[in-house]
Design a protein. Structure first.
Length: 155
């Protein structure tokens, strides 16, 4: 189909017919152009709309996955902390039971504070590290684990 030129075109060497046939064909051409534009808009809307919706949903999904992973990491850390606290609780309960025993308290006092019972002599023995460091020198009494040995006093 040939393109019709209006009177506003550069070439004005012809006159446009103004009858029913020309008006009807112009309207038909304009309707086809408008129908094509509407079709393109509709395709764009139905193609771009779902893409945008899918992108938003994927964004939400990724954010939820990140949040879930962070919460699972916190859960693992909390479980590890819980097991550590349970072990600490068990050791503290054992310590409480030991401290309720008079024999254990007496042994602890003899060991830490160098107390002795009647007829007992306290010997301070240096640690292995101190022996190597001092090489025969008399050990000092700084934060050492000492042993209490029982013995009878000579009368």
């Amino acid at each position: 189909m040939t393109k019709r030129r209006s009177s506003n075109d550069r070439q004005q060497n012809y006159t446009k017919l103004d009858n029913d046939y020309v008006r009807n064909t112009d309207k038909a051409i304009n309707r086809k152009i408008e129908a094509r534009k509407r079709k393109i808009r509709r395709i764009a809307f139905f193609a771009i709309g779902p893409v945008v919706i899918i992108a938003v949903l994927l964004n939400i999904l990724l954010n939820q996955n990140e949040t879930l992973a962070a919460k699972e990491q916190k859960k693992v850390e909390a479980k590890a902390n819980l097991s550590n606290l349970k072990e600490e609780r068990d050791s503290l309960n054992l310590r409480i039971k030991q401290l309720e025993n008079d024999e254990y308290i007496a042994k602890l006092l003899r060991k830490e504070y160098f107390l002795s019972e009647k007829g007992e002599i306290v010997f301070i023995m240096p640690d292995e590290k101190d022996k190597k460091d001092k090489k025969g020198d008399i050990p000092e009494n700084k934060d050492k684990k000492d042993e209490v040995m029982k013995g009878k006093k000579d009368d």
